[in-house]
Write a new protein. Structure first.
Length: 740
């Protein structure tokens, strides 16, 4: 029986043999010892409805359906043994253990318990017949089991007829409790099939009742490997259903969106149109890809349905100008446009660029950042609220409550994966125009330099149109990438010195500090999020990164001698104004060598920089390295990227660095990154959509995803009731994230 206050011995039993009930001594329950009733254990696992329980599927199985003779035991293969105790003793003084020797007709086995209740030695007294379930390992004196689950057995007690499931559990949640709760939930469910038989036949998928029977209680002889690697048809059915639910939800979100209204941003005709004037003023012509993307966006904007489009293109592909054209269309149609970027540096850069392009054409631009003074801010807020500012550029500050627009027609989000769903939603809400009797939403343009592989885009952004800039503007020579072990660092420093002396510009990227690992990709965004840089307690690894950067800065200044004044330092703890100053100095060529932490990761555009050195490159993710490298090679001069690593390299790090050396194609690298790291990290932790996938794996189930997408469309058209039921089963209350 489940007992939340049970202590260690129980937990250990579960580790080695989670399915078996070891005999436990009865313990008096003092009221003080039992904690206040916790939330239901199921809830702690995220299980609410009966369907949640039914879909809580085993990780693996234990075969208790047959007894294995001791002589046939194999190391590390869980097995059930029936044997008699021959000897039992408590040994050791400092670390006491209970050692029980058992024997059957074929051999002897030693059981060892490091945690045990005193009366166990009585229960396991010589002569007792035990059923023992555990993982054998080779001990000093033959086979042994550490902390097996045991129970005293009648010689002819029946064995279970099905394999025993082992469920994902959590602290204090026992297998016995889960098995009971899941069985009870399944018994309550109506298991009539709801998906059309024809669909299942076509996809060679079993029905759901059979699927769940098989997965929760496989009969002996079921090929366990195919259950455990999830290739079994029953698993295919579960994954298909999960993906189907997700696709249905996305279709639903799309349908809902088509019901929403936006102001059509109608383009004026004629040569004095803002877009035309902008194009004429640019120092370059748009590439065909840029033209195509701009046209797709322009057409969407002219509709009275809100656009919901992702503009994706590799670093340096020229997304900003496409965004500027969209902004021009909004302004020309008499609306406001807001542009939000995840970091101060990036937002400042957009401001500079867009102001350069649009202000001469008479567009009023306002700037909103968490780091500006109250006076600046109030002035900007006023400009936005009065409608005087036609373009408002900023960081997260743009979505703060106080910010009001008169007529927000278009919202642009750069590096959209750095923002959470909630943030995107609130930007859209800014534009809601409740003046008349209907609600109008702004059009939404999202930009990303992290090219998202197609399967992933489909799974996560099913409800999104995508425009892609596939080719870089002409005249870019690929960045020559080389990989060096850290013992070549001195030579690299010399190279930097020569280049700086020759008047070239160089980035030196300081390492990430290792223990930030799981959220590396998300961190700089949070750090730079527009919260004032002062007065915040820095994270420990942030401080370590800072110290590393400062040390490198000092070192390079010393090496550069008379050029020392041309070395700049940029890191996340600098105040925004200081950061902007350093960036401006570097952009203007007053600084030649920029020592930086990864604050420069996204979007920085200094075309004259031709060398990038990345220290401890092995600590960075592939996409992140690609982004960093994208800071050089933006001009026409040949550029170089030197990746320094500190041995030993893990196999994965080696693959990353090799991939980067061998490819400059962001899509190829993103695909590789997906293979190496999995989708969660690629998209950033806050891309909550992925958390909704419990069973399917986008790396292995791409084909199922395609089928699910087709099936979703078919089902919505031909059997909307089945679609509704299906969604309800799978997602229940978890539909929110799909709305953004
Ligand atoms: P990203 O897509 O990474 O945001 P940017 O918009 O910053 O790229 O563009 C990178 C650089 O390329 C900028 O200096 C920009 O002015 C320049 N650029 C953009 N489009 C073209 C083009 N069609 N021809 C030449 N240069 C271009
Ligand atoms: Mg950009």
């Amino acid at each position: 029986m489940f007992d939340p206050v049970r202590r260690e011995p129980r937990a250990l039993h579960h580790k080695t043999a989670p399915s078996y009930n070891a005999p436990m001594p009865p313990r008096p329950r003092s009221p003080a010892a039992s904690p206040p009733k916790p939330t239901s254990p199921g809830e702690r696992l995220g299980l609410r409805s009966d369907w949640d329980y039914a879909l809580h599927l085993p990780l693996h199985y234990i075969d208790e359906t047959r007894i294995t003779p001791i002589a046939d035991l194999r190391e590390a293969r869980s097995a059930l043994v029936q044997a008699r105790v021959t000897q039992s003793e408590v040994a050791g003084s400092s670390r006491r253990q209970l050692r029980v020797q058992v024997a059957d007709a074929s051999g002897t086995l030693e059981l060892r318990f490091f945690h045990f209740y005193p009366n166990w030695s009585r229960q396991y007294a010589p002569g007792k017949l035990l059923r023992i379930l555990g993982e054998p390992r080779a001990g000093l004196f033959g086979m042994e089991m550490v902390h097996p689950a045991c129970r005293v057995a009648a010689p002819d007690a029946p064995l279970p007829e099905r394999l025993t499931p082992v469920y994902p559990a959590g602290a204090g949640i026992g297998q016995a409790w889960l098995r009971k709760a899941i069985a009870a939930a399944r018994a309550r469910l109506d298991m009539r099939e709801w998906l059309p038989a024809e669909l299942l036949r076509r996809l060679h998928l079993p029905d759901m009742a059979g699927t769940l029977d098989l997965l929760h209680a496989p009969p002996p002889g079921t090929p366990l490997a195919s259950l455990e690697d999830r290739s079994h048809p029953a698993w295919q059915r579960v994954k298909f259903d999960e993906l189907l639910a997700q696709q249905l939800a996305q279709q639903q979100a799309r349908a809902k969106r088509t019901g929403l209204r936006a102001w059509p941003l109608v383009r004026r005709a004629g040569p004095d149109r803002l877009e035309t004037r902008l194009l004429a003023a640019l120092p370059f012509a748009l590439t065909p890809d840029q033209q195509a993307c701009a046209a797709e966006i322009a057409a969407d904007l002219a509709q009275d349905r809100p656009m919901h489009r992702l503009l994706q293109g590799d670093v340096g592909s020229g997304k900003t100008v496409v965004a500027a054209l969209a902004a021009a269309q909004a302004v020309d149609a008499g609306f406001q446009c807001a542009l939000m970027a995840p970091t101060d540096i990036l937002a400042t850069q957009h401001l500079r660029k867009l102001a350069d392009w649009l202000q001469p054409l008479g567009v009023r631009v306002a700037w909103l950042s968490g780091a500006q003074t109250k006076r600046e801010r109030d002035a900007a807020l006023k400009l936005a609220a009065s409608g005087e500012a036609q373009l408002v550029v900023g960081t997260h500050a743009v979505i703060q409550d106080k910010v009001r627009f008169t007529r927000l027609g278009l919202a642009i989000v750069d590096e959209q994966h750095r923002f959470g769903v909630a943030q995107r939603l609130s930007l859209r809400a800014k534009g809601m125009d409740r003046g008349g009797d209907e609600v109008r939403e702004p059009h939404l343009l999202m930009m990303s330099a992290t090219p998202i592989p197609r399967t992933l885009a489909m799974a996560v952004f099913g409800d999104l149109d995508v425009s892609t800039i596939a080719h870089l503007p002409p005249g870019r020579s690929p960045v020559r990438t080389r990989v060096f072990a850290a013992d070549k660092r001195d030579a690299v420093v010399q190279r930097v010195r020569e280049l700086v002396a020759a008047g070239r510009q160089v980035y030196w990227v300081c390492p990430l500090v290792e223990d930030v690992a799981p959220t590396v990709a998300a961190m700089p965004a949070q750090r730079e999020s527009g919260a004032p840089a002062r007065g915040r307690t820095p994270r420990r690894n942030e401080m370590l990164e800072l110290r590393a950067a400062e040390a490198t800065f000092a070192e390079l200044q010393a090496v550069l001698g008379e050029d020392a004044a041309q070395v700049g330092l940029l890191h996340g703890r600098l105040a925004a104004a200081r950061k902007a100053q350093v960036m401006a100095d570097f952009a203007a060529g007053r600084l030649r060598l920029l020592v930086a932490t990864t604050v420069i990761e996204v979007g920085v555009d200094v075309p004259a920089a031709t060398l990038m050195v990345i220290e401890h490159a092995e600590r960075f993710g592939l996409s992140q390295l690609h982004q960093l490298r994208g800071r050089v090679g933006r001009g026409t001069d040949a550029a170089e990227c030197l990746l320094l690593f500190t041995p030993p390299l893990s196999a994965m790090a080696r693959e990353r660095l090799q991939a980067l050396r061998d490819s400059a194609d962001g899509f190829v690298l993103a695909q590789k990154d997906l293979e190496l790291r999995g989708p969660g990290e690629l998209l950033g932790q806050r891309q909550s959509g992925l958390q909704a996938l419990r069973h399917a794996d986008l790396q292995t189930d791409a084909a199922l995803l395609e089928s699910a997408r087709e099936a979703a469309l078919w089902l919505l058209r031909h059997d909307p009731e089945a679609a509704r039921q299906h969604l309800h089963r799978w997602l229940g209350g978890r539909l929110d994230w799909l709305a953004a």
